[in-house]
Design a protein around this ligand. Structure first.
Ligand code: ADP
Ligand code: 5GP
Length: 192
């Protein structure tokens, strides 16, 4: 007897959330972390310093260049990229363990990282978070008040490139409201 795919419970797909700096990715992820503990969020490693309120092991694992080099050399990163002068990477083992255990898993990473995941895990679903407009993106990035003017300039330059890559993604969500995006993401993750 033929078994249809839907008769079995499929393993959850990896979901990747990406989008330009300042669009609201970490705000969405923080809301999911708070309100939806059933979703597992990968914690990245970065060489950038913590922003006020960030805790090592919660938003990121903070490390230095030598520590990051070691992770690359060991093959411990699923993907990594340099973004606006710092390096960021996804620890491989926790993601593989969660997916094997059937836990819905979300990565919040930049465009270069999303492209690497597309290559190495083609079954992943890539979600692009878009701003309501360019003006609103600039307002959010400047309004966050966490970066110097030159870092904001670098991030806006990267954002121009990232916005042009939207068509490479499976789905686009527009961040009009954090609650709305969380609901849409949860619905996507429930739908294998
Ligand atoms: P990213 O992680 O994509 O760089 P952040 O999550 O840090 O962006 O958000 C950038 C700024 O935009 C923050 O000040 C945040 O409070 C604000 N923000 C995020 N989502 C929204 C939204 N839906 N409406 C208005 N402001 C938002
Ligand atoms: P921020 O410094 O604002 O926290 O993050 C800067 C950029 O790095 C964002 O676009 C964020 O999505 C991305 N980023 C965070 N973690 C990772 C990661 O593990 N890998 C990659 N490739 N990008 C990441």
């Amino acid at each position: 007897m033929a078994t249809s795919e839907s008769a079995q419970s499929p393993a959850p797909r990896l979901t990747v959330l990406s989008g330009p700096s300042g669009v609201g990715k970490s705000t969405v992820v923080a809301r999911l972390r708070q309100d939806h503990p059933g979703v597992w969020l990968s914690v990245s490693v970065t060489t950038r310093g913590p922003r006020p309120g960030e805790t090592d092991g919660v938003e990121y694992f903070f490390t230095d260049d030598a520590g990051f080099d070691k992770l690359i050399a060991e093959g411990s990163l699923l993907e990594w990229a340099e973004f606006a002068g710092n390096r960021y990477g996804t620890p491989r083992a926790p993601v593989e363990e969660r997916l094997a255990a059937g836990v819905p898993t979300l990565l919040e990473i930049d465009l270069q990282g999303a492209r690497q995941v597309r290559e190495t895990m083609p079954e992943a679903r890539l979600v692009f978070l878009a701003p309501p407009s360019w003006e609103e993106l600039v307002r959010r990035l400047v309004g966050r008040g966490t970066e110097s003017d030159d870092v904001i300039e670098r991030r806006l330059a990267a954002a121009r490139v990232e916005l042009a890559a939207e068509k490479e993604f499976d789905v686009t969500l527009v961040n009009h409201s954090v609650e709305g995006v969380c609901e849409e993401l949860l619905a996507l993750m429930a739908d294998h």
